[in-house]
Design a protein. Structure first.
Ligand SMILES: C[S@@+](CC[C@H](N)C(=O)[O-])C[C@H]1O[C@@H](n2cnc3c(N)ncnc32)[C@H](O)[C@@H]1O
Length: 223
């Protein structure tokens, strides 16, 4: 999954983004989105953070969910809206152009699930904290959070290998986009610090990728 370093380059062309990232990742990206969609109860109301072209949102709509999605990039939002028109998703999928820093403007306690794939590794620590804090506020009690992203492996040997293999790709990506991605050191820990109960952390791809499934469980206060 080291190929995810090149995400920032592929994002420059939203129309071919899904096809290229899927090919570059050995056709795993689509499978990851299917796993994330499968972790969400069918038929609920879902918020997607950083929806890109709306591929995951479209899968969620297929399972009966209604999705509000947002992305910072105007060209990604345009591609997602083209998908809505092409796939007839009007009324089931709404896409807004905004960044995570505007999550405090969304109505609280409304969503059954908040999902995100390959976005948190692009965010600064403060943005991740903010996004998780508001994901918690926006969910209904017992709502579910599912985040999938590149992570730092647990063993020292794998961490060294990841850093060595990533370095030239990070340099090339930075030269072209002036930005990079950062595998997450403690995704499950950040999720639980935001008040969630982590139910599952599914690691894959040589321990460099994780899907974290967590729940907003409000403590019952005795009357
Ligand atoms: C690698 S793409 C992943 C897109 C999609 N989630 C997927 O898995 O196909 C990362 C996306 O995160 C968006 N993004 C980056 N920073 C963001 C922010 N602060 N707020 C909202 N979206 C952001 C980018 O515009 C981009 O569409």
């Amino acid at each position: 999954m080291l190929s995810y370093v090149f995400m920032k380059i592929l994002e420059l062309r939203p129309r071919s983004y899904d096809r290229r990232i899927n090919r570059l990742s050995g056709h795993r990206t689509r499978g990851i989105k299917e796993q994330v969609a499968a972790a969400v109860r069918p038929g609920g109301k879902v918020l997607e953070i950083g929806c890109g072209t709306g591929e995951l949102a479209s899968l969620l709509v297929s399972s009966g969910c209604t999705v509000d999605a947002f992305d910072l990039s105007p060209s990604m939002v345009t591609a997602a809206r083209e998908r809505i028109a092409a796939e007839g998703l009007e009324g089931r999928l709404t896409v807004h152009q905004m960044g995570v820093e505007a999550m405090d403007t969304l109505p609280g306690g409304l969503y059954d699930a908040v999902v995100s794939t390959l976005v948190f590794s692009e965010l600064a620590h403060s943005e991740r904290r903010f996004a998780l804090r508001y994901a918690h506020e926006l969910l209904r009690p017992d709502g579910c959070l599912v985040i999938a992203d590149e992570v730092v492996p647990r063993s020292l040997g794998r961490r060294v290998l990841q850093a060595l293999f990533r370095l030239p790709m990070v340099a090339a990506t930075y030269l072209i986009t002036r930005s990079s991605t950062h595998p997450l050191r403690n995704l499950a820990g950040e999720v639980s610090e935001a008040g969630f109960v982590v139910q599952k952390e599914q690691r894959s791809h040589g321990d460099t990728f994780a899907i974290v499934i967590a729940r907003r469980i409000d403590k019952h206060v005795a009357p």
